[in-house]
Design a protein. Structure first.
Lengths: 187, 187
DNA sequence: ACCTGAACACCGTTCAAGT
DNA sequence: ACCTGAACACCGTTCAAGT
């Protein structure tokens, strides 16, 4: 109950940041969505930087949990790799939104240090997961697959960005398919 | 003389937008760089939207010219493809900046319609050029290479974005190399 | 514990007025 | 033609005051 507003702020801030970035986050709109005054948000988060870092932290934690669940429920690594792009697809399906990490990567120059750290962790856990799954798929070590894991992460991010710029989720699907044809992603 | 300020504004705005995006563009800073008051900028560009569109238009025009020059000076399509990523590399080398089109793609929701149009043209001319060069390289038609051309554009954009988030141009080079290994880019 | 009203400093933007 | 001063609206933040 007492933490309801805190959670609601985190959720609203996540949605807003995926659509308008860190610089587009503003406490007045957030307060309106949550149903409290903007000043009240400072009771839960001492500054915008703190809120941004909390949102980014929660974002990679949720993603990490989801990736682990996927791997647990579907131990076949090839299937996991095939389904990985669905993660980014869902943001597009949800109001043509971008990965939080991508948007904030663009905003690198204006990001408070703690926020930078958290979005780097998002990339780190994604790449680590991809490396692990690639390794399981081809019987080598995760270290040997780090380069391809990073390439997949970067390429999928780029596909999402391009699709967003046209508000065209079909373009995303086409790009992912092209990555498979080219051999960047396993068919 | 009279157009000096106009050109200086365009140049300063381009640099700023590649570092802080359209939303990060601000007339006070721009005026300071150019040496006039922020209000004076409105004489040259009736609104921020107009300035943004003008910057984006100039950006794709310059890029289109550069790509055509490259193709004219180095008719070997394989060499052109090998050098294509240098375009994005240069933005990173220039103060860890992002492609204007990428930043504004992230900002899609808050972009005035004319700005959207111009950055889509940037993607269009890039993809068209890549399709043309790919076709010349493998003896088919540009249409048959559209999918791969778009995939290359998206992937290279993603690599630049990821490298920016670490301020690590070496990561960009590694990612491009991984694309080559995977077969997305010709070796 | 949790929230608000009111205020402050700052900044993007506008526009009537200058030369 | 080109520029500016002054004002407006907005936003992040603070804080004393409410319950």
């Amino acid at each position: 109950m007492s933490s309801n507003h805190r959670e609601a702020i985190l959720a609203a801030a996540k949605d807003a940041a995926q659509a308008r970035g860190y610089s587009g986050l503003n406490f007045r709109d957030l307060g309106e969505v949550v149903g409290i005054k903007s000043a009240s948000i400072y009771y839960h988060f001492p500054s915008k930087a703190d809120l941004g870092a909390a949102v980014a932290r929660r974002y990679w934690q949720d993603t990490a949990a989801e990736l682990e669940t996927m791997l647990a429920e579907m131990p076949d690594p090839a299937s996991c790799l095939r389904r990985y792009p669905e993660l980014f697809r869902r943001s597009l399906a949800n109001g043509n939104r971008l990965c939080l990490c991508s948007f904030m990567s663009a905003e690198f120059d204006d990001l408070p240090e703690p926020v930078k750290t958290e979005i780097q962790t998002f990339a780190d856990i994604s790449v680590a997961w991809l490396g692990k799954v690639l390794a399981a798929a081809n019987g080598s070590s995760p270290e040997d697959n780090q380069a391809q894991a990073r390439a997949i992460f970067a390429a999928v991010s780029g596909a999402q960005l391009m699709a967003r710029s046209r508000a065209d989720i079909g373009l995303y699907d086409t790009l992912i398919e092209s990555y498979r044809v080219a051999g960047l992603l396993p068919a």
